[in-house]
Ligand binder design. Structure first.
Ligand code: 3IX
Length: 214
């Protein structure tokens, strides 16, 4: 059984699946969840951008272990955490995702804006080439979902790196459905800066899952 929630997302009872894939569940974020995720993102940025003296680091490592110990009793299965389903938060509240905000989510496509941070550094001030496919894949997943297409998995994903993608610079990505052929949804997206300079573009094939496919 499923029902539409006020924000247009679906909430479902346990066990309901599309194909073998659980429905994308919405677990509302509490008032401090966004703050918590942003603090974790700051920690990620600092973990890759500091050089801490050993005696200080020993203490910090102990604190990090204590924090992890505090969180561990609250572990929940997939779909039961607010991480990933709260579209009003950067990266939908998922630490894995780029901390970008979805500004448009409809049948015409998806637009998301944000910055790559120090955590995403590749080399020489540019974003790591591996984080761009993460951004594109997530936008493609949302584009398929926003387009009302069935739950799909990425068959292939192709990225063209057109120019160096800077850190700490507001950027925009726009994704759209190009065409549908049976189970296959062909999607594309463009990553630009706010002056419209093209940094990367990409296309992907999203394939509708058959019943029972994980
Ligand atoms: C409720 C609250 C919501 C609030 C939040 C709001 C929004 C969030 C909304 C949505 C969620 C958003 C984001 C989700 C995030 C990201 C989505 C990412 C998705 C992924 O990241 S998922 C991981 C990577 N992905 C895989 O892990 C796939 C592994 N794989 C397989 O699981 C199988 O591969 C499968 C099942 C895909 C297909 O397998 P199969 O056996 O059923 O189908 P088959 O192979 O026959 O292919 C059928 C037709 O596709 C053609 N085809 C296939 N592959 C091709 C290729 N590479 N190139 C060209 N054509 C290809 C064939 O040629 C044939 O074409 P034709 O029918 O014309 O002959």
């Amino acid at each position: 059984m499923s029902e539409q929630t006020a924000d247009g997302t679906e909430s479902v009872t346990d066990g309901e699946k599309r194909g073998g894939f659980p429905r994308f569940r919405h677990t509302p974020a509490g008032p401090d969840f966004g703050r918590f995720v942003e603090a974790m993102r700051r920690l990620q940025d600092l973990a890759v951008s500091t050089n801490v003296p050993d005696d200080v680091l020993a203490d910090i490592a102990t604190q990090a272990e204590e924090l992890a110990d505090r969180l561990t009793p609250y572990e929940v299965p997939e779909g039961k955490s607010p991480a990933g389903s709260n579209i009003q938060l950067p990266g939908r509240g998922s630490l894995l995702m780029l901390p970008w905000m979805v500004e448009k989510f409809d049948t015409e496509g998806v637009r998301s804006t944000g910055v790559f941070r120090r955590y995403h550094l590749g080399g020489n001030g540019a974003a790591h080439g591996g984080v761009l496919p993460l951004l594109f894949d997530d936008v493609f997943g949302m584009t398929v979902h926003a387009g009302g297409r069935p739950i799909s998995r990425t068959g292939y994903l192709h990225i063209n790196y057109r120019a160096i993608t800077p850190l700490n610079t507001q950027l925009v990505i726009e994704g759209k459905v190009d065409r549908v052929e049976g189970r296959k949804t062909f999607v594309s997206a463009r990553l630009t800066d706010l002056d419209g300079k093209l940094l990367a573009d990409g296309e992907a094939l999203m394939i509708e899952l058959l019943p029972g496919q994980p």
